[in-house]
Design a protein around this ligand. Structure first.
Ligand SMILES: NC(=O)C1=CN([C@@H]2O[C@H](COP(=O)(O)OP(=O)(O)OC[C@H]3O[C@@H](n4cnc5c(N)ncnc54)[C@H](OP(=O)(O)O)[C@@H]3O)[C@@H](O)[C@H]2O)[C@H](O)CC1
Ligand SMILES: [K+]
Length: 494
């Protein structure tokens, strides 16, 4: 799938139905189901002790399902070790099956305090909280009682408690990554397989650290829905290796086309991003009144206006990459340039208002291409609402890839990168400093650069997006989330 990235850096992610199938197959093979719940509790308890060596008191918040059952196993194991345990029981009806059995075992310890008053968590002396309210059986919207319990856990964490979530942060829809109200977890111990929603939207923000315990579940060898790219990968595999015996031609050429009146900065930033990402040569094609600004800022970037030279004449070879869109606008000038783009061949990155024109003209790309929509642009391309896109980021990105025959980076707190073969990579660590105009322009230039020297759109898209995110996180640590400007991440690429 990715030739430059070893598989060990790719975490396979699954949908709930795959996890349920493996769970059922395991129950069938073992002839019972409680053993797996017990292994889940043991694994959790091991991780709790690993992070809290001198644990004296444990607060365990449990719902009525099997997620709560796992929590009750932990409560019993801790009580066995002489740790003081308080169980906050938030079930709304009697437990059944494995959870009922786990309750019987746990409530058999008279050292375990049991309360239904979640408000008391605030005064609990424990500084370690187990969140076993809701797991993969959660279906939104959340009930008022459980919403109160989630709020109580978050409040406790805000006061300094360490929170471990059983399988997933309660309130998270592990399919979509959405959670209107969800637990913020220092650690998530997830079972059988990593789930998609841990790495998307609210899930990506709420899960500070995730460990997966397979619980010896039967492996049905289903193809993962997606992979998460471990952020550390680029520390070990730098994106643009400079070869000692190389020249500018070794690293390819990018032309950036964009920057209508009022939007010159977008195109200038994209061309600067391509240059700083190590591409051999960069041309900027923009409105003539922006040329001097570009020359002043980046004399290494050749710049011309489409009134002076044809777009095709800026391309240096059949492998020159065209980045179209940053600041392109929606005027006559913009449309003329979109048409000029359609008359060219060769690899392309289509961003910002070029995605608007792509939607208007509607034809497949017909060339190696990477599209870089945010959810709003994705919604326009698929003629649906942004809410529809957020309900299924992976499926939406795949639909765009199929419709326009291209690689797609669906941008967000974490980004979803897909190709036409059904490969899906989710990447990044949320970086709020990037929630500013200009972040996308910088990304498009970086994708253009990676495409210029890798030649393979999926690889280029994955590596550029991961690189952009990694540099932004580094930059924001130094400069600050509020004041960091997106182009500043370009000083943290190496
Ligand atoms: N051996 C095993 O069974 C193992 C289970 N594992 C753990 O189990 C959970 C999945 O357990 P499940 O019981 O299927 O579901 P949950 O516990 O996540 O949730 C079901 C309970 O939650 C209630 N619920 C659901 N949605 C809401 C909502 N919006 N508001 C309030 N309450 C909600 C639901 O109530 P119902 O009224 O809908 O029945 C249930 O009470 C999994 O995540 C693991 O932690 C392990 O995998 C080990 C083996
Ligand atoms: K949970």
């Amino acid at each position: 799938m990715l030739t430059r990235i070893p598989e060990r850096y790719l975490v396979p992610l699954y949908r709930v139905e795959d996890v349920r199938r493996r769970e059922q197959a395991s129950f069938a093979q073992e002839g019972e189901s409680y053993a797996m719940m017990h292994r889940a509790g043991e694994a959790l308890y091991r991780h709790i002790l690993h992070h809290n060596a001198s644990l004296k008191h444990l607060s365990v918040v449990v719902g009525g399902g099997n997620n709560g059952g796992d929590g009750l196993v932990v409560a019993a194991l801790a009580a066995q070790d002489g740790i003081e345990v308080t169980v906050y029981d938030c079930s709304s009806k009697p437990r059944t099956g494995d959870a009922e059995y786990a309750e019987k075992v746990a409530f058999g310890y008279d050292t375990i305090q049991i309360t239904r008053n979640i408000e008391a968590l605030n005064q609990d002396p424990g500084q370690v909280v187990v969140d076993g309210l809701l797991g993969i059986g959660f279906h939104p919207p959340i009930s008022e009682d459980l919403a109160n319990a989630i709020a109580a856990i978050n409040q406790k964490r805000a006061q300094g408690a360490w929170v471990v979530s059983v399988d997933c942060p309660s309130g998270l829809d592990v399919e979509t990554g959405r959670g209107a109200l969800l637990v913020e977890a220092d650690l998530v111990v997830t079972f059988i397989a990593d789930k998609l929603g841990h790495y998307l939207l609210d899930g990506a923000v709420a899960c500070h650290q995730i460990v997966m315990e397979s619980l010896q579940a039967v492996d049905l060898l289903n193809r993962p829905t997606a992979y998460f790219l471990t952020p550390a990968v680029l520390e070990n595999y730098p994106p643009c290796l400079r070869l000692p015996n190389s020249h500018k031609g070794t690293y390819g050429h990018v032309t950036v086309l964009g920057g209508d009146l009022g939007f010159g900065g977008a195109a200038i930033m994209a061309s600067e991003a391509a240059a700083k990402s190590g591409v051999g040569t960069v041309t900027l094609m923009t409105q003539s009144r922006h040329l001097s600004a570009s020359l002043m800022r980046n004399p290494n970037v050749m710049c011309v206006s489409p009134e002076d030279i044809g777009l095709g004449d800026t391309l240096r070879s059949s492998e020159s990459v065209l980045v179209i869109g940053p600041g392109l606008g929606r005027t006559e000038w913009s449309e003329r340039n979109w048409q000029a783009f359609l008359a060219t061949e060769g690899p392309a990155v289509v961003d910002a208002d070029a995605l608007y024109w792509l939607g208007v003209y509607g034809q497949p790309m017909g060339r190696p291409a990477v599209l870089t929509p945010h959810p709003g642009e994705a919604a326009r391309l698929l003629q649906c609402s942004t809410a529809d896109i957020l309900e299924d980021l992976v499926g939406s990105a795949q639909q765009i890839a199929t419709r326009f025959q291209s690689v797609v980076i669906l941008k967000g707190a974490t980004s979803v990168v897909v190709n036409q073969n059904g490969d899906v990579v989710i990447l990044g660590q949320p970086c709020p400093a990037l929630a500013k105009g200009g972040s996308g322009d910088v990304l498009s230039g970086m994708v253009g650069a990676c495409l210029a020297y890798y030649h393979e759109p999926f690889e280029a898209a994955v590596i550029a997006a991961a690189w952009h995110n990694m540099a932004a996180n580094k930059a924001s640590l130094v400069i600050g989330q509020i004041s960091m400007q997106p182009y500043q991440l370009l000083d943290y690429l190496e």
